[in-house]
Design a protein around this ligand. Structure first.
Ligand SMILES: C[S@@+](CC[C@H](N)C(=O)[O-])C[C@H]1O[C@@H](n2cnc3c(N)ncnc32)[C@H](O)[C@@H]1O
Length: 292
């Protein structure tokens, strides 16, 4: 049964952000967004000929990666509550020459029949939803999945105090603890098979399976814990990220003071990186030691 899609979507729907979202994603991943999307496609083991739904697809980057994996014989749908995001995703898919069905819809009322998809993806979006809606999304994901189908949930973990670096400190985003994701998937009768860290920023994943009719309902699945190796960080990423961050704040906040403060911060940051990489710090401290 399909659900009612006429109600207003609940959660933090991104409208004006659509035009800058890819820039921000590039910033948060320090230029490794493409590698991140490839990794997520691998994690969900999206394969040739499968049908995939990306819930809260944003500008469609992961849906495009999924389409590359399922090929001509497979099908990819992306939904988002933001018409601006969907318009952006359609343009991107057309540019990439891939055929993906993007629609404006709510995560809590997916406009698809039961047992439609092999894979449901929902990345970086749980933290946009109120708790009750997260439960609805888990139940809806289960409903539209075929028996034996997989759901991949990826979101930010609460940053550990001393980690995260300068960029993480400047750009704070919401988070959902992995434990909470695992619990809510379990309550929706989805069996978590793997969980752990994605290897980029504070991103964590949980991969779950909808039980099939031949599954033993009483059997308990123990999830495999995995920490994927960190994606290598390009050397230019931090200075470029700081400059992009200033640009985003300047455009989005339209605040000269924010831009000035961040600009100064960025210059200091670039200086620190240059000093570290060129090795000036060692040279200066050696000179200071000699003159003491
Ligand atoms: C941070 S973005 C993540 C986009 C994409 N999944 C990614 O990995 O980059 C969160 C998206 O969730 C969408 N969203 C928020 N609440 C929603 C809801 N109730 N139903 C559908 N989409 C929603 C927002 O409009 C936004 O595009």
């Amino acid at each position: 049964m399909m659900n009612d899609t006429t109600r207003a979507p609940k959660g933090l729907v991104l409208h004006s952000m659509a035009g800058y979202y890819d820039l921000l994603a590039g910033l948060i991943t320090l230029g490794r967004e493409r590698e991140l999307r490839e990794r997520l496609g691998q994690l969900a083991t999206v394969a040739l000929g499968e049908s995939v739904l990306d819930v809260g697809c944003g500008t469609g980057s992961l849906a495009i990666e999924a389409k590359r994996r399922v090929g001509e014989s497979g099908a990819v749908h992306g939904i988002d509550a933001s018409p601006e995001m969907i318009a952006h995703a359609r343009r991107k898919a057309a540019k990439a020459g891939v055929d993906i069905a993007f629609d404006v819809a709510s995560a809590e009322a997916l406009p698809f029949s039961d047992d439609t998809f092999d894979v449901v993806l929902t990345t970086l979006m749980m933290h946009h939803l109120p708790r009750a809606v997260r439960e609805l999304l888990a139940a809806e994901s289960r409903r539209v999945l075929r028996p034996g189908g997989r759901v991949l949930v990826v979101d930010f973990e609460r940053p550990a105090n001393k980690r995260g670096g300068l960029l993480a400190r400047l750009h704070r985003h919401g988070h959902v603890p992995l434990r909470e994701i695992v619990d809510l998937l379990g309550r929706a009768d989805l069996r978590v098979t793997e969980m752990g860290s994605v290897g980029v920023s504070d991103l964590q994943f949980a991969l779950a399976r909808k039980p099939s009719s031949i599954d033993d309902r009483s059997e308990r699945t123990t999830a495999i814990q995995r920490a994927l190796p960190p994606l290598p960080r390009p050397r230019w990423a931090l200075p470029a990220g700081l400059v992009a961050l200033v640009a985003v704040h300047l455009i989005v906040l339209r605040s000269a003071w924010a831009a000035l403060a961040l600009g100064t911060f960025a210059l200091v940051g670039v200086g620190v990186v240059v000093v570290r990489h060129v090795g000036l710090a060692g040279g200066i401290s050696a000179i200071l030691r000699r003159h003491r």
